[in-house]
Design a protein around this ligand. Structure first.
Ligand SMILES: *Cc1c(COP(=O)(O)O)cnc(C)c1O
Length: 400
């Protein structure tokens, strides 16, 4: 765990003791993201990837504007999935040509913004091509496009599958040649994007997906305009429970280096090759900090009630698509290093039994006023949670 930082029994984030940080944030609950951990994580990915492979950040994992500004100096590009994310990405120094806009159901308004901005529109359907082409003609700017391909394979080991079989994402691989034949000269065709799975902790499965993606795209190269962009997706996962083993990047880097040397560079010499990651770059760099407001016994179970909950950190409650609920790593941040007391159940303030942050967790004895943190909260936390539910105030986010 990266979060060993502890001074005089207090967790530190970015070198600052948690109590001090809570005072600085002004209120609990809040999210804190550690800038240095993000920097170091990007550096470790860069070190593992072969030279020449670009790294893009998938903004939906955590769209906090200050974090995007920080990341803009570290990554090569951004992957956005809405006009709102696009606006924040364009506010950074990252050039529009390094921004890709994916996602099903892009509206005419969003497509117009994307074409006007000059970002790459990743086509998710055949009708989207006709829409961007018309928008390009109206604006007098050829739309910069790539085709997101729904592959004819699935990625094993993904926590969430976004490719293979019928999908709202991408154009089915077998239909792509026909779409390429209809492209015409009035669009600025860049290449292909395949993103088929998320939260994968198995390097061998990720390697297999990257190999098959390269096969797929090389198979399309004969019927395609020159390929200048090849987005191989990502899906790198992070550990959320004690059963999870961290992903080993070394074999992924080696596999990619081989694919580049033997196949991509010789056959597609003009293609920018991109890996896009969200969760892996920021997920472990964030904590969700709550304060204990109550402690109660009920028929043999001790409940620790905190001032946050699933409305800010839905994933930790197990309600963001998980099949089996497992506790996220947690700590009593004001009692680091103290021995564990009898197991407690940590719940939030929402009037639903779903608002469960820790089910029978072994923690030091947390009293009213103590700070309890949930780790691995840097990705799919606040913006992936139903913040309006119960009408509590929105939490602060800080980048430390
Ligand atoms: C969500 C998304 C990602 C990021 O996935 P992570 O699992 O967070 O790395 C990458 N690419 C696309 C197209 C996405 O929609």
């Amino acid at each position: 765990m990266t979060w060993a930082g502890n001074r005089d029994g207090e967790l530190t984030v970015g070198g600052i003791p948690i109590g001090r940080l809570a005072a600085r944030a002004g209120s609990t609950p809040f999210f804190a993201y550690d800038r240095d951990l993000v920097t170091r994580r990007v550096a470790s990915v860069r070190a593992a990837l072969p030279v020449g492979v670009e790294l893009s950040y998938a903004v939906k994992a955590n769209p906090m504007p200050a974090l995007l500004q920080h990341l803009s100096g570290l990554v090569d590009g951004f992957d956005v999935a809405s006009a709102g994310e696009l606006r924040h990405a364009l506010d950074t120094p990252v050039p529009a040509a390094r921004i890709g806009f994916a996602g099903p159901g892009k509206t005419a308004g969003e497509l117009t913004q994307a074409v006007a901005a000059g970002v790459t529109v990743e086509l998710e359907s055949e009708t989207e091509l006709a829409r961007v082409r018309a928008i390009g003609a109206a604006l007098g700017v050829p739309a910069r496009i790539a085709i997101r391909v729904n592959p004819d394979f699935t990625v094993r080991g993904s926590g969430m599958r976004l490719g293979g079989g019928p999908q709202q994402f991408g154009i089915d691989a077998e239909r792509v040649p026909e779409v390429l034949a209809r492209l015409g000269g009035d669009v600025d065709f860049q290449g292909f994007h395949v993103f088929a799975g998320s939260q994968n902790l198995r390097a061998d499965h990720i390697c297999e997906a990257q190999r098959r993606t390269v096969d797929l795209v090389l198979g399309l190269a004969d019927v395609s305009p020159p390929i200048r962009y090849l987005n191989l997706g990502g899906g790198f996962g992070i550990p959320y429970s004690q059963r999870d083993r961290p992903l080993d990047l070394a074999p992924i880097g080696e596999n990619l280096a081989r694919l580049m040397d033997e196949r991509v560079t010789p056959l597609l010499p003009d293609a920018r090759v991109v890996i896009e990651l969200g969760r892996y770059l920021v997920g472990e760099a964030g904590v969700y900090v709550t304060r204990v407001v109550d402690r109660k016994e009920s028929r043999g179970t001790t409940f620790v009630v905190v001032d946050g909950g699933m409305h800010h950190q839905l994933a930790a409650s197990g309600n963001l698509g998980q099949v089996i609920r497992r506790n996220y790593p947690m700590a009593v941040a004001t009692r680091m290093g103290q021995p564990a007391d009898a197991p407690v159940t940590v719940v939030g303030r929402l009037c639903t039994p779903l608002d469960l942050l820790g089910d029978r967790v072994e923690l030091p004895k947390a009293e009213i006023g103590d700070l309890v943190v949930v780790f691995q909260a840097g990705a799919y936390g606040l913006t992936a949670s139903p913040t309006a539910f119960l009408s509590h105030p929105a939490p602060v986010e800080i980048l430390v």
